[in-house]
Design a protein around this ligand. Structure first.
Ligand code: FAD
Ligand code: DHB
Length: 385
């Protein structure tokens, strides 16, 4: 049996950043990840970092490549009813966002952990968590085809929405599902716009994002029951052209494509005994607000601070307040994400009254300074939730 101070399940942004922050406080951890390093470094997911997230990466020494390669944006474009409007984040909030792929954040964190002598067990799947109500938690895990156990003082469940750690919680779950999904592609084509375009169209939502001057990231609202079989490449491009109404958009080689369901979920509380959940393991947001990765990073910042206080003074105060401190930000992001989703997606049931309400609200957002500020301050990250 191996042992460490903090056993971390999952090498996504939450688990890796937690391990990095703990190391900076002199606290040892082991990260268990069921996938291979190659797999998680290629997994294409989110791409928008709030200022608070970029600050966290930069201030802890893992932001160098992000500062070089990340694309700083001062606003977004909203398109609907044949019109284009810009929400100027910088003017409205003094802040911007950085477009930098989640798998790049993951790569940077893995590299730093390994350079610092950190332990990440790849292809090691946690199968059960025990002993969180006493002082000797244990994570049962399958590694290299063998069953093994990691003994630790605390367990951080950073294992995403399908992980095992949530089973250890005595908690309430608040959930909402949506009757549509997002089809996302990564394509070898230069971005047709210098800023993100969020488009509301009669045929459904579309989003134009990017990863570099050569690579675009594009999304379409599709039916919740759709699979990729229903979406041959030509149909994807036709639909993107129609919904985004962007003449500069050129079809290019599709490097990656997938469909992600849209879901809202919050687990309350996010902790039990010596088990603490962070990121998608504790809460899911629909992607429209670009909050998933940012919430994951924000949670572990709070958790690392609480664990550091415990190891420094054996005070459980901050640990006891972990969930409560995180949930204020989480619920703000949940509301914002649900609101952006309702505002920008076509309801498959197609209620024409709702469609008119949506157009009216979009027009309000682009004409009222107060409404535009509401969108902007939530998008860049509302710090005082
Ligand atoms: P994850 O990144 O999910 O990391 C959890 C890790 O735990 C994974 O590496 C997983 O392999 C590992 N794991 C799971 N179970 C075990 C186990 N039993 N033992 C060991 N390891 C385990 N957000 C957006 O804002 N925009 C997007 O476009 C977007 N697209 C997404 C697409 C997909 C397919 C998914 C799933 C999510 C997407 N998100 C998006 C959400 C965003 O990527 C997540 O919020 C973010 O990944 C959360 O980070 P995390 O570290 O909490 O979880
Ligand atoms: C991206 C993802 C999002 O969910 C979003 O709202 C904006 C951009 C992206 O992958 O670039």
């Amino acid at each position: 049996m191996e042992a460490t101070q903090v056993g971390i399940i999952g090498a996504g942004p939450a688990g890796l950043m937690l391990s990095h922050l703990l190391h900076r406080q002199g606290i040892a951890s082991v990260v268990l990840e069921r996938r291979s390093r190659d797999y998680i470094e290629r997994r294409v997911r989110a791409g928008v970092l709030e200022q608070g997230s970029t600050d966290l990466l930069a201030s802890t020494g893992v932001g160098e490549r992000m500062m070089r390669e990340g694309l700083v944006h001062d606003g977004i474009k909203l398109r609907f009813a044949g019109e284009e409007h810009r929400i100027d984040f910088r003017r409205l909030t003094g802040k911007g966002i950085t477009v930098y792929g989640q798998q790049e954040v993951v790569k940077d964190l893995i590299q730093q952990r390994l350079a610092d002598g950190g332990e990440i067990w790849f292809e090691a799947e946690a199968t059960a968590v025990d002993g969180i109500e006493d002082d000797q938690p244990r994570i049962a895990c399958r590694r290299n085809g063998e069953d093994t156990t990691l003994a630790c003082e605390f367990v951080a469940g950073c294992d995403g929405s399908h992980g095992v750690s949530r089973a250890g919680l005595v908690a309430k779950s608040f959930e909402r599902s949506y009757p549509f999904s997002w089809l996302g592609i990564l394509a070898k084509t230069p971005p047709a716009s210098d800023e993100l375009i969020y488009a509301y169209h009669d045929r459904g939502f579309a989003l134009h994002s990017m990863r570099s001057p050569e690579i675009s990231r594009l999304y379409l609202q599709v039916d919740a029951a759709d699979t990729m079989d229903a979406w041959p490449e030509a149909r994807i491009w036709d639909e993107l052209r129609l919904r985004l109404a962007e003449p500069g958009l050129q079809a290019g080689e599709i490097i990656e494509a997938g469909i992600t369901p849209m879901r809202s979920m919050v687990t309350e509380p996010m902790q039990h005994g010596r088990l603490f959940l962070a990121g998608d393991a504790a809460h899911i947001v629909p992607a429209t607000g670009a909050k998933g990765m940012n919430l994951a990073l924000a949670d572990v910042r709070v958790l690392a601070e609480a664990l550091a206080a415990w190891y420094r003074s054996k005070s459980r105060d901050l640990l006891d307040r972990y969930s409560e401190r995180c949930l204020r930000r989480v619920w703000r992001a949940e509301h914002f994400s649900a609101w952006m989703t309702a505002l920008l997606h076509r309801d498959p049931a197609g209620d024409p009254f709702d469609h008119k309400l949506r157009l009216s609200y979009l027009r309000y957002v682009v004409t009222s300074e107060a409404a535009a500020t509401t969108l902007a301050e939530n998008y860049v990250g509302f710090e005082n939730a």
